[in-house]
Design a binder for this molecule. Structure first.
Ligand code: FES
Length: 81
């Protein structure tokens, strides 16, 4: 992710789920996929526009997608191991 987002940034506008909640679900609840994040936080379970650029059918595009967050954290963990 080129731009830094604060933990308070709302990634899923339908369910009002923040980046911090998503990171917590990935790290503490082992939600390592978009589906598991949805089960844990409800993010991405409504219009699904926040899941990925391809699924974003809105006129005004989102700045950050669940897919990017999962990829970014996976890459970060790979580098550490
Ligand atoms: S913005 Fe996340 S499901 Fe609609």
């Amino acid at each position: 992710m080129a731009r830094k987002f604060p933990h308070s940034y709302v990634v899923c506008k339908c369910r009002n789920v923040t980046l911090g909640e998503i990171i917590y679900s990935i790290k503490e609840k082992n939600a390592d996929s978009i589906e598991k994040i949805g089960e844990s936080t409800d993010a991405g379970t409504c219009c699904k526009c926040c899941q990925s650029k391809e699924k974003d059918i809105g006129v005004e595009k989102m700045e950050l997608y669940l897919e990017q967050i999962v990829k970014s954290l996976r890459n970060r963990w790979k580098k550490k191991s």
